[in-house]
Structure formats: structure tokens, C-alpha cells
Design a protein around this ligand. Structure first.
Ligand SMILES: [Zn+2]
Length: 421
């Protein structure tokens, strides 16, 4: 097709995978005025101020990380720089999971959303204090630390950046308060009309005085509270209380919820991820809807002023290097098809946050959010925090991204180096 107009840039000769538009093949992508202007098999004849050769690269909609912790400066050591996790890692949108609360959303808007080059959105915390220091002090997160009316009102006032509600279901909280706080979070989500995102896997130590709750029983009580579109996170967690029960198999009630009731799983990689658990879950045909890297100051190597002993004593301390593209590599290694993996970081997260009309697709007229990746071949060592190592023959690497047409190289210090096997 001949295009009479002049484009700002054409990304040419790449392999476009755009699940929302059912494209998978060689296409040229033209950008003008910060928007996707054309996607055609060839724009070789078109006029453009600039051409970028993407031969042997994947060109996909701007990646969306469904699980970030980027409330830098407020959530302490826990919160990373949004652009290191985001545009400088090839990721155009990062969703902070539960950092900001009804009391601190203003700071998130002013100092993260408005200043980052990355599109920074959030699932607002169920708890008044939000995710300070990664929820280090359990006493702040009981029923007395929640206010339905306040959080609902603030969420509704900030719907441009608040796309869901974050809460935790795990045996430390269960030993103190049962599921009362989760039910409150669910009520907020219902009143606001957004999904709730539930962290699974032990977070807090159990209360000294109480009996240690049964993690399997917790899942059986929790799952019926979930509605279509709600998200259960960390299905591959090595901590107790994930998708796999003490029998070593996926909870039947979760199979039913995911397969037949529209409940979604988000990988929420973090230091949770276990190859062994992932295989068990994938073997029972549960493919998470979204990926979610879950990087924070305790599970990635980041220049930090915090003493090593403090970082290492955190329950989610991790040594296995990872980020969103490593998580993609692991999914490929585990046999998830490439197109599904791409959907997990583009069209599916856009659907999850109710923004598929503007994000997650290379649709003409959308803002030009584009991620360009390379898949290296060779023998690469991957590891998890259970000590398992695997050799992957592929390694997904971010190269650059455009957010609303502005280019950012993938040069974040948080991108792990390739490790030869
Ligand atoms: Zn997290």
C-alpha cells in the first residue's frame, strides 16, 4: 500500500507478533505524531523521517508488567525506579501492585505517574498504609488498618491510574485475622468495579499465639470469593499457600475457578518462581493469563544504601537473577508457545486492566507503545530460588521500546546478564 503521508519513523523488516490484531509475521510498523500510523507487509515505498531496521527482531505492542513495585522513595528499599523496571527494560507500562494507598496515592501520581517516562499505573492497596517496605510490619495490615469508604472513594477519584485493588491471602494474616481483610478488599473492588489481585504464598510469620493455619484450607475458603476477572497471583510460588496443594497437585477448586469461572492467574515471578511448581501447574493446563515480573528492592540487585543483612533477612530475598524478559524466557523453556507468552505481556494485561481499547495492541490510532526484542540462541543458564538450574536454548532480550513514539534503549542496570551454560 502506498501511503501519501510522511511518517516519523518506520520499524521495518521485523517479525510482528500482535495477538490482539491476530498478526504474526513480517510487517513494517509506521509511527507518526506519537501514534501507530500504519502496519503493513511492506512500507518500503513510504516516506519517513527515519527508518529502524528490525531484521531478526520481534516487534510487539509495548510490554505491560502487571506486577511492579515502583513507588520509589515512599515504600523504602522495596520500591524500585519506575523507568529502570519500565522503559529502560523495554517495558512501556508498569502496574505497581499495592504500593500506593488511599492516603498516599497523591504522591504516586505526582512523583511517579507524572514524572516517569514509563506509564505507571497501580492496583491500590486495600490497606490504609499501602505497601510500605513490602508489608514488613504485619500489625499494620489487620482489619483496623482498612477503611472501605475512604479507599473506594479515592480509587473512584483516580480511575485514570487505579486499575484494581491489591490484597494478600496467606497464612500469616490468616493466623491473625482469618479472611476478614480479603473480604473487605473484595468489597472495595466490587464497589469500584475493578478486579482484585490476590497475593498467594506466605508473606508474614504466623502469630505466636495462634495455631498454624492449613494453607490448603485457606485456598478452599478464599477461592469461592473470587469473581470473573479477579486475579490470583504467584501460582508458581515455592512458598506454602499457592496453586499446588500439599498433595503435590493443583487444588481442584482452583482448576475449576480458572478453567470455568474466569478467574485469572498472574505469574508474579519475584523470588516466588519455582520451575518444579510451574511444571506441575502447567501440566494441569493452567496457563497464567499474565506474566508480571514482581521485581522489588529485596529480590533484584540494585545499587542500595540498605545493609545486606536487612535485604537478606527479608522473606522475599532472592538471588536468582530475573526480570520480565527472563520470565518470558522461562515460559518458553517450559513449553508455553511464543505467541501465548507475548499475549501474557501485551494484550492480556491490557484486558486485565480494562484498557484494551488503547493499550496492548499495534492498532492504527493507538499511542505508539512498541517493544522490540531479540531472541538469542545458545545455551543459557536459568535458576530459581529453590536452587534448581536449567539450560535454556533461547534467551529473550529487550532491545528498545517506544512509549508514545519516544524511543528508550534497553540499558537498565536491572536487566540480568546472560549466563552461559
Ligand atoms: Zn509483589
Amino acid at each position: 500500500m502506498q501511503n501519501p503521508e510522511r511518517f516519523d519513523v518506520i520499524i521495518e523488516n521485523g517479525t510482528v507478533i500482535d495477538p490482539a490484531n491476530k498478526r504474526n509475521g513480517r510487517f513494517d510498523v509506521a509511527i507518526a505524531g506519537g501514534k501507530i500510523a500504519a502496519v503493513e507487509p511492506s512500507l518500503a515505498q513510504a516516506e519517513s523521517a527515519e527508518r529502524v531496521d528490525a531484521t531478526d527482531h520481534l516487534v510487539i505492542p509495548g510490554m505491560i508488567d502487571t506486577h511492579g513495585h515502583v513507588y520509589e522513595g515512599v515504600t523504602g528499599t522495596f520500591g524500585l525506579n519506575a523507568d529502570m523496571v519500565g522503559v529502560h527494560s523495554g517495558v512501556t507500562t508498569v502496574i505497581d501492585q499495592g504500593g500506593p494507598s488511599c492516603m498516599t496515592i497523591g504522591g504516586f501520581r505526582n512523583f511517579v505517574h507524572d514524572t516517569a517516562k514509563t506509564r505507571a499505573l497501580c492496583f491500590i492497596s486495600t490497606y490504609l498504609v499501602g505497601g510500605l517496605e513490602g508489608h514488613m510490619y504485619p500489625d499494620l495490615y489487620g482489619p483496623g488498618g482498612v477503611n472501605v469508604e475512604h479507599t473506594t472513594r479515592v480509587a473512584l477519584e483516580n480511575m485514570d491510574i487505579v486499575r484494581g485493588i491489591k490484597a494478600h491471602a496467606e497464612i500469616g494474616g490468616q493466623s491473625r485475622w482469618g479472611l476478614e481483610v480479603i473480604k473487605t478488599g473484595k468489597q472495595i473492588a466490587r464497589d469500584v468495579g475493578v478486579p482484585i489481585y490476590i497475593h498467594l504464598g506466605q508473606l508474614w510469620p504466623t502469630a505466636d499465639s495462634a495455631e498454624i493455619p492449613d494453607a490448603d484450607e485457606l485456598i478452599r475458603e478464599l477461592t469461592p470469593l473470587m469473581e470473573p476477572g479477579d486475579v490470583m497471583a504467584h501460582p508458581f510460588t515455592r512458598h506454602p499457600g499457592g496453586f499446588v496443594s500439599s498433595t503435590g497437585k493443583v487444588h481442584p477448586i482452583l482448576l475449576e475457578a480458572v478453567h470455568n469461572h474466569g478467574v485469572r492467574a498472574d505469574v508474579g515471578h519475584g523470588s516466588h518462581f519455582s520451575f518444579d511448581v510451574a511444571r506441575r501447574v502447567l501440566d494441569e493446563d493452567i496457563v497464567p493469563f499474565t506474566l508480571g515480573a514482581d521485581m522489588h528492592g529485596y529480590n533484584v540487585k540494585v545499587p542500595s544504601k540498605t545493609a545486606d543483612s536487612v535485604v537478606e533477612s527479608n522473606p522475599f530475598f532472592g538471588v536468582a537473577p530475573f526480570n520480565l524478559t527472563i520470565a518470558m524466557t522461562e515460559m518458553l523453556h517450559l513449553g508455553v508457545p511464543l505467541e501465548t507468552v507475548i499475549a501474557m505481556v501485551t494484550s492480556n494485561p491490557a484486558t486485565l486492566i480494562g484498557m484494551s481499547d488503547t493499550l496492548g495492541a499495534l492498532t492504527v490510532g493507538n499511542g505508539a507503545d512498541v517493544s522490540v526484542l531479540r531472541i538469542d540462541t545458545g545455551r543459557f543458564k536459568l535458576s530459581d530460588n529453590s536452587g534448581e538450574q536449567v539450560v535454556s536454548e533461547k534467551l529473550v532480550r529487550p532491545v528498545f521500546c517506544l512509549r508514545d513514539g519516544v524511543r528508550f534503549e534497553s540499558n537498565s542496570a536491572l536487566i540480568p546478564d546472560a549466563i552461559a551454560a
